[in-house]
Design a protein around this ligand. Structure first.
Ligand code: ATP
Length: 216
């Protein structure tokens, strides 16, 4: 009999309240290597709230979160080191150039990122002509590209959690990001993401979680 594989992350009986509203309850999910999970649902159903809970950035009201089968709170270091979160509000610093931003975000994650690798990712993602420009003078799509360049740098994170990653990107950048996501999945990584744009991503295994099904 084949051995059961332990998922990278799983949630059991998860409930979430924001302000005075209970957004969802009884939510179950499990995401393993090579798996792409799209979190869907109407505006305000709690997609961003769920992604933040999965990354330990917000508290669930109740329920259990596990990282590689361990209660996430007991596996905090491995959980934090094992995931990379890109929120839909870009964590891009206005005063920093694209290169400084990219290296700062790697440093915050405790990853050494060489200048050559960072520069090559920025050029790859189409920012070659904007390398010395402070982020405050970049367009929305260019700022988004600065954040997404992290995904082209070969992170050690096995799980990518991406909130609306395709927003503000042009057709070429959407295709490039979809390619980087497919490569990550092929290499045994996993991705949980939200999108309001239909984008075809090549994935060995995929699932859809509709938060409207768990609405309270
Ligand atoms: N810190 C907060 N305090 C109070 N209410 C909040 C807070 N954060 C989110 N909410 C509310 O929780 C609900 C869910 O928000 P969330 O951003 O998770 O939804 P979403 O599904 O990602 O929405 P969208 O599709 O519009 O991006 C919204 O009604 C929002 O106003």
């Amino acid at each position: 009999m084949a051995e059961a594989t332990v998922p990278l992350i799983s949630a059991h009986a998860l409930a979430c309240t924001r302000g005075s509203a209970r957004l969802f309850a009884g939510l179950e999910l499990a995401v393993g290597e090579g798996e792409l999970l799209q979190v869907g649902g109407t505006n305000g159903s709690g997609k961003t709230s769920l992604l933040r809970i999965l990354c330990g950035l917000s508290e669930a009201e109740s329920g259990e979160l596990r990282w590689r089968g361990e209660p996430a709170n007991r596996a905090k270091d491995a959980w934090r080191a094992g995931l990379l979160y890109l929120g839909h509000r870009n964590a891009v610093k206005d005063d920093f150039t694209p290169l400084e931003n990219l290296r700062a975000s790697a440093a915050i994650a405790g990853e050494a990122l060489g200048e050559d690798t960072a520069l090559s990712a920025l050029v790859d993602i189409g920012l070659g002509a904007r390398l010395d420009v402070p982020a405050r003078n970049l367009s929305q799509g260019q700022r988004r590209r600065v954040a997404l360049a992290r995904l082209l740098c070969g992170t050690r994170a096995r799980l990518w959690v991406l909130d609306e990653p395709f927003t503000a990107l042009d057709v070429r950048a959407v295709a490039q990001l979809a390619g980087a996501m497919a490569d990550h999945l092929r290499g045994g990584g996993a991705i949980i993401y939200t999108t309001h744009q239909p984008v075809d991503i090549d994935a060995p295994r995929r699932a859809l979680l509709n938060l409207d099904d768990y609405a309270c």
